[in-house]
Design a protein. Structure first.
Length: 466
Protein backbone atom coordinates (compact mmCIF):
# COMPACT_ATOMS: atom_id res chain seq x y z
CA UNK A 1 0.00 0.00 0.00
CA UNK A 2 1.54 3.32 -1.05
CA UNK A 3 0.52 6.40 0.87
CA UNK A 4 -0.91 9.23 -1.14
CA UNK A 5 1.38 12.23 -1.47
CA UNK A 6 -0.90 14.17 -3.75
CA UNK A 7 -1.86 17.50 -2.18
CA UNK A 8 -3.12 16.75 1.31
CA UNK A 9 -4.51 20.18 2.17
CA UNK A 10 -7.43 21.47 0.11
CA UNK A 11 -9.82 24.39 -0.06
CA UNK A 12 -13.36 23.57 -1.16
CA UNK A 13 -14.26 26.30 -3.64
CA UNK A 14 -17.99 25.79 -3.05
CA UNK A 15 -17.60 26.67 0.60
CA UNK A 16 -14.75 29.20 0.74
CA UNK A 17 -15.94 32.75 1.46
CA UNK A 18 -12.56 34.34 0.78
CA UNK A 19 -12.23 35.67 4.33
CA UNK A 20 -8.46 34.91 4.23
CA UNK A 21 -8.28 33.90 7.90
CA UNK A 22 -6.27 30.97 6.59
CA UNK A 23 -3.80 33.30 4.86
CA UNK A 24 -3.20 35.07 8.17
CA UNK A 25 -2.00 31.85 9.85
CA UNK A 26 -0.14 30.34 6.89
CA UNK A 27 3.56 30.59 7.80
CA UNK A 28 4.78 30.42 4.19
CA UNK A 29 2.28 32.59 2.24
CA UNK A 30 0.94 29.59 0.35
CA UNK A 31 -2.70 30.78 0.19
CA UNK A 32 -3.47 32.63 -3.02
CA UNK A 33 -6.53 34.68 -3.92
CA UNK A 34 -8.37 37.98 -3.65
CA UNK A 35 -10.43 38.70 -0.54
CA UNK A 36 -14.05 37.68 -1.05
CA UNK A 37 -13.23 35.02 -3.66
CA UNK A 38 -12.40 31.33 -3.18
CA UNK A 39 -8.75 30.78 -2.31
CA UNK A 40 -6.22 28.33 -3.76
CA UNK A 41 -3.14 26.68 -2.25
CA UNK A 42 0.31 26.80 -3.83
CA UNK A 43 1.12 23.13 -3.23
CA UNK A 44 4.82 23.60 -3.84
CA UNK A 45 5.20 26.29 -1.21
CA UNK A 46 2.69 24.71 1.24
CA UNK A 47 4.34 22.81 4.10
CA UNK A 48 1.15 20.82 4.85
CA UNK A 49 1.04 22.07 8.46
CA UNK A 50 -2.77 22.22 8.45
CA UNK A 51 -2.99 25.51 10.34
CA UNK A 52 -5.41 26.76 7.66
CA UNK A 53 -7.57 23.69 8.33
CA UNK A 54 -7.58 24.52 12.04
CA UNK A 55 -8.56 28.14 11.42
CA UNK A 56 -11.18 27.99 8.68
CA UNK A 57 -14.67 28.69 10.03
CA UNK A 58 -16.76 28.55 6.83
CA UNK A 59 -18.84 25.39 6.62
CA UNK A 60 -21.52 23.78 4.49
CA UNK A 61 -25.12 24.52 5.40
CA UNK A 62 -26.99 21.19 5.49
CA UNK A 63 -29.96 22.75 3.74
CA UNK A 64 -28.26 24.29 0.70
CA UNK A 65 -29.42 22.21 -2.32
CA UNK A 66 -27.03 24.04 -4.66
CA UNK A 67 -24.04 22.40 -3.00
CA UNK A 68 -22.58 18.97 -3.73
CA UNK A 69 -24.27 16.57 -1.31
CA UNK A 70 -22.75 15.99 2.13
CA UNK A 71 -22.38 12.27 1.37
CA UNK A 72 -20.36 13.04 -1.75
CA UNK A 73 -18.22 15.63 0.02
CA UNK A 74 -17.43 13.14 2.81
CA UNK A 75 -16.42 10.57 0.23
CA UNK A 76 -14.20 13.07 -1.62
CA UNK A 77 -12.55 14.01 1.69
CA UNK A 78 -11.85 10.40 2.67
CA UNK A 79 -14.12 10.70 5.71
CA UNK A 80 -16.52 8.07 7.03
CA UNK A 81 -20.20 8.46 6.19
CA UNK A 82 -20.95 8.42 9.95
CA UNK A 83 -19.10 11.72 10.54
CA UNK A 84 -21.47 14.27 12.09
CA UNK A 85 -19.20 17.35 12.34
CA UNK A 86 -19.64 20.31 9.99
CA UNK A 87 -17.67 20.21 6.73
CA UNK A 88 -15.37 23.24 6.60
CA UNK A 89 -13.97 24.88 3.46
CA UNK A 90 -10.31 24.12 4.29
CA UNK A 91 -9.69 20.43 4.95
CA UNK A 92 -7.07 17.67 4.87
CA UNK A 93 -7.36 14.42 2.93
CA UNK A 94 -8.63 11.69 5.23
CA UNK A 95 -7.66 8.02 5.33
CA UNK A 96 -10.32 6.72 7.74
CA UNK A 97 -12.34 4.90 5.04
CA UNK A 98 -9.23 3.12 3.75
CA UNK A 99 -8.10 2.26 7.29
CA UNK A 100 -11.52 0.92 8.32
CA UNK A 101 -11.40 -1.49 5.36
CA UNK A 102 -7.79 -2.52 6.09
CA UNK A 103 -8.61 -3.20 9.77
CA UNK A 104 -11.23 -5.74 8.67
CA UNK A 105 -8.64 -7.72 6.65
CA UNK A 106 -7.73 -10.87 8.64
CA UNK A 107 -4.62 -11.47 6.50
CA UNK A 108 -2.84 -8.28 7.62
CA UNK A 109 -0.94 -7.99 10.94
CA UNK A 110 -2.07 -4.55 12.04
CA UNK A 111 0.34 -2.41 14.05
CA UNK A 112 -0.32 1.13 15.28
CA UNK A 113 1.80 3.82 16.91
CA UNK A 114 0.52 7.02 18.54
CA UNK A 115 2.33 10.35 18.74
CA UNK A 116 2.98 11.82 22.22
CA UNK A 117 0.18 14.39 22.04
CA UNK A 118 -2.69 12.15 20.90
CA UNK A 119 -3.10 11.04 24.52
CA UNK A 120 -3.57 14.65 25.70
CA UNK A 121 -6.07 15.72 23.03
CA UNK A 122 -8.13 12.71 21.87
CA UNK A 123 -10.50 12.98 24.85
CA UNK A 124 -11.51 16.50 23.76
CA UNK A 125 -13.33 14.86 20.82
CA UNK A 126 -15.51 13.04 23.37
CA UNK A 127 -16.44 16.14 25.36
CA UNK A 128 -13.84 15.83 28.12
CA UNK A 129 -12.01 19.00 29.29
CA UNK A 130 -9.16 20.41 27.21
CA UNK A 131 -5.91 18.50 27.73
CA UNK A 132 -7.44 15.45 29.48
CA UNK A 133 -4.79 12.71 29.55
CA UNK A 134 -6.01 9.28 28.35
CA UNK A 135 -3.15 6.98 27.27
CA UNK A 136 -4.82 3.85 28.73
CA UNK A 137 -8.22 4.47 27.11
CA UNK A 138 -6.51 5.20 23.80
CA UNK A 139 -4.64 1.87 23.90
CA UNK A 140 -7.89 0.05 24.76
CA UNK A 141 -9.78 1.80 21.93
CA UNK A 142 -7.08 0.90 19.39
CA UNK A 143 -7.36 -2.79 20.35
CA UNK A 144 -11.14 -2.62 19.95
CA UNK A 145 -10.53 -1.18 16.47
CA UNK A 146 -8.74 -4.47 15.66
CA UNK A 147 -5.07 -3.55 15.92
CA UNK A 148 -2.84 -6.54 16.79
CA UNK A 149 -0.08 -4.40 18.31
CA UNK A 150 -0.43 -1.02 20.01
CA UNK A 151 2.93 0.72 19.99
CA UNK A 152 4.06 4.22 20.77
CA UNK A 153 5.83 6.95 18.84
CA UNK A 154 7.29 8.02 22.21
CA UNK A 155 9.55 4.95 21.94
CA UNK A 156 10.76 6.33 18.60
CA UNK A 157 11.35 9.69 20.31
CA UNK A 158 13.67 7.90 22.77
CA UNK A 159 15.51 6.26 19.86
CA UNK A 160 15.77 9.68 18.18
CA UNK A 161 17.48 11.09 21.25
CA UNK A 162 20.02 8.26 21.23
CA UNK A 163 20.82 8.86 17.56
CA UNK A 164 20.46 12.64 17.36
CA UNK A 165 22.25 13.21 20.68
CA UNK A 166 25.20 11.12 19.48
CA UNK A 167 25.21 12.99 16.17
CA UNK A 168 25.21 16.36 17.96
CA UNK A 169 28.06 15.37 20.27
CA UNK A 170 30.06 14.22 17.24
CA UNK A 171 29.43 17.44 15.34
CA UNK A 172 30.23 19.67 18.32
CA UNK A 173 33.48 17.78 18.96
CA UNK A 174 34.52 18.02 15.29
CA UNK A 175 33.10 21.53 14.79
CA UNK A 176 31.49 20.37 11.54
CA UNK A 177 28.12 21.31 10.07
CA UNK A 178 27.04 23.46 12.99
CA UNK A 179 24.46 24.56 13.91
CA UNK A 180 22.60 21.26 13.83
CA UNK A 181 18.84 21.54 13.29
CA UNK A 182 16.29 18.96 14.44
CA UNK A 183 14.62 17.01 11.62
CA UNK A 184 11.57 15.49 13.32
CA UNK A 185 9.03 18.10 12.13
CA UNK A 186 8.22 17.22 8.49
CA UNK A 187 6.73 20.66 7.76
CA UNK A 188 10.01 22.30 8.81
CA UNK A 189 11.97 19.79 6.71
CA UNK A 190 9.77 20.49 3.64
CA UNK A 191 10.24 24.23 4.16
CA UNK A 192 14.03 23.84 4.41
CA UNK A 193 14.04 21.77 1.21
CA UNK A 194 11.81 24.24 -0.62
CA UNK A 195 12.95 27.63 0.58
CA UNK A 196 16.34 27.18 2.27
CA UNK A 197 18.30 24.27 0.76
CA UNK A 198 21.50 25.97 1.97
CA UNK A 199 20.72 24.59 5.45
CA UNK A 200 20.06 20.97 4.44
CA UNK A 201 23.58 19.89 5.46
CA UNK A 202 22.82 21.33 8.87
CA UNK A 203 19.74 19.16 9.47
CA UNK A 204 20.22 16.09 11.63
CA UNK A 205 20.20 13.01 9.40
CA UNK A 206 17.75 11.32 11.79
CA UNK A 207 14.38 10.24 10.48
CA UNK A 208 11.47 11.40 12.63
CA UNK A 209 10.32 9.26 15.58
CA UNK A 210 7.31 8.13 13.51
CA UNK A 211 9.50 6.84 10.70
CA UNK A 212 11.94 5.24 13.15
CA UNK A 213 9.10 3.30 14.77
CA UNK A 214 7.82 2.36 11.30
CA UNK A 215 11.26 1.02 10.32
CA UNK A 216 11.56 -0.94 13.58
CA UNK A 217 8.01 -2.33 13.25
CA UNK A 218 8.98 -3.96 9.93
CA UNK A 219 12.32 -5.31 11.18
CA UNK A 220 12.94 -5.69 14.93
CA UNK A 221 9.33 -6.16 16.01
CA UNK A 222 8.50 -8.32 12.95
CA UNK A 223 11.38 -10.63 13.85
CA UNK A 224 10.27 -10.85 17.50
CA UNK A 225 6.68 -11.65 16.48
CA UNK A 226 7.69 -14.02 13.67
CA UNK A 227 5.65 -12.05 11.12
CA UNK A 228 6.72 -11.46 7.50
CA UNK A 229 7.29 -7.68 7.13
CA UNK A 230 5.23 -7.65 3.92
CA UNK A 231 2.17 -8.86 5.89
CA UNK A 232 2.34 -5.92 8.32
CA UNK A 233 0.11 -2.88 8.02
CA UNK A 234 1.98 -0.08 9.81
CA UNK A 235 -0.32 2.77 10.88
CA UNK A 236 0.47 6.01 12.71
CA UNK A 237 -1.90 8.32 14.58
CA UNK A 238 -0.52 11.83 14.40
CA UNK A 239 -1.47 15.39 15.41
CA UNK A 240 0.05 16.56 12.16
CA UNK A 241 -1.31 16.64 8.61
CA UNK A 242 2.23 16.80 7.18
CA UNK A 243 2.97 13.33 8.60
CA UNK A 244 0.79 12.00 5.74
CA UNK A 245 3.23 13.67 3.34
CA UNK A 246 6.29 12.44 5.24
CA UNK A 247 5.15 8.79 5.24
CA UNK A 248 4.83 8.92 1.47
CA UNK A 249 8.36 10.25 0.81
CA UNK A 250 10.16 7.89 -1.54
CA UNK A 251 13.16 7.44 0.75
CA UNK A 252 11.03 6.40 3.75
CA UNK A 253 11.15 2.69 3.05
CA UNK A 254 12.86 -0.28 4.59
CA UNK A 255 14.12 -2.80 2.04
CA UNK A 256 11.45 -1.69 -0.43
CA UNK A 257 8.51 -1.70 2.03
CA UNK A 258 6.87 1.50 3.31
CA UNK A 259 7.86 2.16 6.94
CA UNK A 260 4.47 3.70 7.65
CA UNK A 261 1.69 2.54 5.36
CA UNK A 262 -0.98 4.92 6.55
CA UNK A 263 -1.28 8.03 8.73
CA UNK A 264 -4.47 9.26 10.36
CA UNK A 265 -4.91 12.40 12.47
CA UNK A 266 -6.27 12.71 16.01
CA UNK A 267 -9.60 13.83 14.50
CA UNK A 268 -9.72 10.76 12.24
CA UNK A 269 -9.00 8.38 15.13
CA UNK A 270 -11.94 9.92 17.02
CA UNK A 271 -14.13 9.41 13.94
CA UNK A 272 -13.18 5.71 13.76
CA UNK A 273 -13.85 5.22 17.48
CA UNK A 274 -17.27 6.89 17.18
CA UNK A 275 -18.04 4.95 13.96
CA UNK A 276 -17.48 1.66 15.82
CA UNK A 277 -19.72 2.78 18.69
CA UNK A 278 -16.93 2.47 21.30
CA UNK A 279 -17.79 4.07 24.65
CA UNK A 280 -14.43 5.86 24.91
CA UNK A 281 -15.11 7.71 28.16
CA UNK A 282 -15.88 4.51 30.10
CA UNK A 283 -13.09 2.33 28.66
CA UNK A 284 -10.84 0.71 31.29
CA UNK A 285 -7.17 1.63 30.91
CA UNK A 286 -4.91 -0.80 29.06
CA UNK A 287 -1.10 -0.76 28.64
CA UNK A 288 0.82 -0.36 25.37
CA UNK A 289 2.50 -3.46 23.96
CA UNK A 290 6.18 -4.37 24.35
CA UNK A 291 8.78 -3.68 23.17
CA UNK A 292 7.97 -0.58 21.06
CA UNK A 293 5.40 0.71 23.53
CA UNK A 294 7.75 1.39 26.44
CA UNK A 295 8.82 4.99 26.72
CA UNK A 296 10.51 7.49 29.00
CA UNK A 297 9.28 10.91 30.10
CA UNK A 298 11.80 12.38 27.67
CA UNK A 299 9.99 10.67 24.77
CA UNK A 300 6.69 12.10 25.96
CA UNK A 301 7.73 15.77 25.98
CA UNK A 302 8.53 15.72 22.24
CA UNK A 303 4.95 16.88 21.78
CA UNK A 304 5.55 20.38 23.18
CA UNK A 305 7.81 23.12 21.87
CA UNK A 306 11.28 22.69 23.41
CA UNK A 307 10.59 19.03 24.19
CA UNK A 308 13.14 17.60 21.78
CA UNK A 309 15.78 19.98 23.14
CA UNK A 310 14.97 19.18 26.77
CA UNK A 311 15.05 15.43 26.08
CA UNK A 312 18.35 15.76 24.19
CA UNK A 313 19.97 17.76 27.00
CA UNK A 314 18.88 15.23 29.66
CA UNK A 315 20.74 12.50 27.74
CA UNK A 316 23.54 14.59 26.20
CA UNK A 317 24.56 15.94 29.61
CA UNK A 318 24.98 12.45 31.04
CA UNK A 319 26.72 10.98 27.99
CA UNK A 320 29.30 13.79 27.95
CA UNK A 321 29.92 14.30 31.68
CA UNK A 322 29.22 10.73 32.95
CA UNK A 323 27.38 12.40 35.82
CA UNK A 324 23.67 12.64 36.65
CA UNK A 325 22.03 15.82 35.42
CA UNK A 326 21.32 17.91 38.54
CA UNK A 327 17.79 18.91 37.50
CA UNK A 328 15.54 17.03 35.07
CA UNK A 329 12.96 19.77 34.62
CA UNK A 330 14.57 22.37 32.36
CA UNK A 331 12.11 25.24 32.72
CA UNK A 332 14.33 27.63 30.75
CA UNK A 333 13.74 25.46 27.64
CA UNK A 334 9.94 25.48 27.99
CA UNK A 335 7.72 28.22 26.57
CA UNK A 336 5.25 29.34 23.95
CA UNK A 337 5.24 30.57 20.35
CA UNK A 338 8.34 32.42 19.09
CA UNK A 339 12.10 31.95 19.55
CA UNK A 340 13.78 31.10 22.85
CA UNK A 341 17.53 30.77 23.35
CA UNK A 342 19.71 29.44 26.17
CA UNK A 343 23.26 28.51 27.04
CA UNK A 344 23.65 25.18 28.80
CA UNK A 345 26.84 24.24 30.64
CA UNK A 346 27.69 20.59 29.86
CA UNK A 347 31.06 19.80 31.44
CA UNK A 348 33.52 22.16 29.76
CA UNK A 349 31.15 22.88 26.90
CA UNK A 350 28.90 25.93 26.74
CA UNK A 351 26.17 24.57 24.47
CA UNK A 352 24.20 27.37 22.83
CA UNK A 353 20.69 26.32 21.86
CA UNK A 354 17.61 27.87 20.24
CA UNK A 355 14.02 26.69 20.09
CA UNK A 356 11.82 27.99 17.26
CA UNK A 357 8.07 27.50 17.75
CA UNK A 358 6.20 28.61 14.63
CA UNK A 359 7.76 28.38 11.18
CA UNK A 360 7.33 32.09 10.47
CA UNK A 361 10.01 32.81 13.10
CA UNK A 362 12.75 30.71 11.48
CA UNK A 363 13.76 33.17 8.73
CA UNK A 364 16.15 35.23 10.89
CA UNK A 365 18.04 32.07 11.87
CA UNK A 366 18.20 30.89 8.25
CA UNK A 367 19.73 34.25 7.31
CA UNK A 368 22.30 33.92 10.13
CA UNK A 369 23.28 30.46 8.87
CA UNK A 370 23.61 31.76 5.29
CA UNK A 371 25.79 34.63 6.55
CA UNK A 372 27.93 32.40 8.79
CA UNK A 373 26.93 34.35 11.91
CA UNK A 374 24.63 31.85 13.62
CA UNK A 375 25.82 31.57 17.24
CA UNK A 376 23.96 28.35 18.14
CA UNK A 377 25.10 24.74 18.22
CA UNK A 378 21.67 23.09 18.22
CA UNK A 379 18.33 24.46 17.01
CA UNK A 380 14.91 22.86 17.43
CA UNK A 381 12.32 23.95 14.86
CA UNK A 382 8.63 23.11 15.08
CA UNK A 383 6.38 24.50 12.35
CA UNK A 384 3.20 24.72 14.43
CA UNK A 385 2.68 27.57 16.91
CA UNK A 386 3.51 25.60 20.09
CA UNK A 387 4.82 22.35 18.64
CA UNK A 388 2.71 19.24 18.06
CA UNK A 389 0.13 20.19 20.72
CA UNK A 390 -1.12 22.76 18.19
CA UNK A 391 -0.82 20.50 15.11
CA UNK A 392 -3.14 20.77 12.13
CA UNK A 393 -4.64 17.30 12.76
CA UNK A 394 -5.57 17.97 16.38
CA UNK A 395 -9.20 18.46 17.52
CA UNK A 396 -10.51 21.59 15.86
CA UNK A 397 -10.95 24.57 18.15
CA UNK A 398 -13.99 26.46 16.96
CA UNK A 399 -13.54 29.46 19.24
CA UNK A 400 -10.43 31.53 18.64
CA UNK A 401 -10.40 32.38 22.36
CA UNK A 402 -10.07 28.65 23.19
CA UNK A 403 -6.82 28.28 21.33
CA UNK A 404 -4.36 29.51 23.96
CA UNK A 405 -6.05 27.69 26.83
CA UNK A 406 -6.18 24.46 24.82
CA UNK A 407 -2.47 24.60 24.01
CA UNK A 408 -1.68 25.39 27.63
CA UNK A 409 -3.83 22.53 28.94
CA UNK A 410 -2.34 20.03 26.46
CA UNK A 411 1.22 21.10 27.35
CA UNK A 412 0.55 20.86 31.09
CA UNK A 413 -0.74 17.32 30.60
CA UNK A 414 2.37 16.35 28.65
CA UNK A 415 4.66 17.69 31.37
CA UNK A 416 2.55 15.98 34.05
CA UNK A 417 2.80 12.69 32.14
CA UNK A 418 6.60 13.13 32.00
CA UNK A 419 6.94 13.85 35.70
CA UNK A 420 4.85 10.75 36.52
CA UNK A 421 7.14 8.40 34.57
CA UNK A 422 9.60 6.29 36.57
CA UNK A 423 12.16 6.63 33.76
CA UNK A 424 12.57 10.17 32.43
CA UNK A 425 15.73 9.91 30.30
CA UNK A 426 15.81 8.17 26.91
CA UNK A 427 19.11 6.35 27.55
CA UNK A 428 17.67 4.82 30.76
CA UNK A 429 14.59 3.33 29.05
CA UNK A 430 15.13 -0.46 29.51
CA UNK A 431 13.43 -1.19 26.16
CA UNK A 432 15.87 1.18 24.44
CA UNK A 433 18.87 -0.43 26.18
CA UNK A 434 17.62 -3.84 25.00
CA UNK A 435 17.01 -2.57 21.44
CA UNK A 436 20.64 -1.46 21.15
CA UNK A 437 21.98 -4.59 22.85
CA UNK A 438 19.96 -7.09 20.79
CA UNK A 439 19.44 -5.36 17.45
CA UNK A 440 20.96 -1.97 16.65
CA UNK A 441 24.37 -2.38 18.25
CA UNK A 442 25.25 1.24 18.90
CA UNK A 443 23.92 4.71 18.05
CA UNK A 444 25.07 5.76 14.55
CA UNK A 445 26.18 2.17 13.89
CA UNK A 446 25.64 0.32 10.61
CA UNK A 447 22.08 -0.88 11.33
CA UNK A 448 21.05 2.53 12.67
CA UNK A 449 22.35 4.22 9.54
CA UNK A 450 20.47 1.80 7.32
CA UNK A 451 17.16 2.02 9.16
CA UNK A 452 17.00 5.28 11.06
CA UNK A 453 18.86 7.94 9.09
CA UNK A 454 18.08 9.61 5.79
CA UNK A 455 19.02 12.39 3.38
CA UNK A 456 17.07 15.51 2.47
CA UNK A 457 16.83 17.00 -1.02
CA UNK A 458 16.42 20.49 -2.43
CA UNK A 459 12.95 21.17 -3.82
CA UNK A 460 13.79 24.73 -4.74
CA UNK A 461 12.42 25.88 -8.10
CA UNK A 462 14.53 28.61 -9.68
CA UNK A 463 13.03 32.06 -9.32
CA UNK A 464 9.97 30.83 -7.40
CA UNK A 465 10.93 31.83 -3.88
CA UNK A 466 13.07 34.52 -2.40
S1 LIG B 1 -10.47 28.54 3.24
FE1 LIG B 1 -11.69 29.13 5.02
S2 LIG B 1 -10.38 30.56 6.15
FE2 LIG B 1 -9.53 30.41 4.07
S3 LIG B 1 -10.51 32.07 2.94
FE3 LIG B 1 -11.76 30.26 2.58
S4 LIG B 1 -13.34 30.39 4.17
FE4 LIG B 1 -11.71 31.79 4.81
S1 LIG C 1 -1.24 23.69 5.27
FE1 LIG C 1 0.02 25.24 6.30
S2 LIG C 1 1.46 25.87 4.74
FE2 LIG C 1 -0.17 24.80 3.66
S3 LIG C 1 -1.59 26.41 3.06
FE3 LIG C 1 -2.30 25.64 5.04
S4 LIG C 1 -1.36 26.98 6.56
FE4 LIG C 1 -0.25 27.30 4.63
Amino acid sequence: MTPNIDPIIHIDEELCTGCRRCAAVCPVDAIIGEAGTPQRIDAHRCVVCGQCVQTCAAYAAESDPSLTSRAEKLRQRGQLSSVREPLFAAYSTGHAIELKEALADPKRYKVVQCAPVIRVSLAEEFGLPLGTLTPGKMAAALRLLNFDRVYDTNFGADVTIMEEGSELIGRVMSGERLPMFTSCCPAWVKHAETAAPHVLDHLSSCKSPMQMVGALVKTYSAELDGIAPADILSVAVMPCTCKKFEAGREEMNVDGLREVDMVITTRELAQLIKDKGIDFINLPDEPFDSPLGKYSGAGTIFGATGGVMEAAIRTGYELVTHESIPNLQLDFIRGDEGIRTATVQIGDLELKVAMVAGLKYVSSILEQVAGGTCPYHFIEVMACPEGCVSGGGQPKLLLETQRKSAYQARKSSIYRHDSNQKVRKSHENPAIIKLYKDFLGEPLGHTSHHLLHTKFFSRKVKGELK
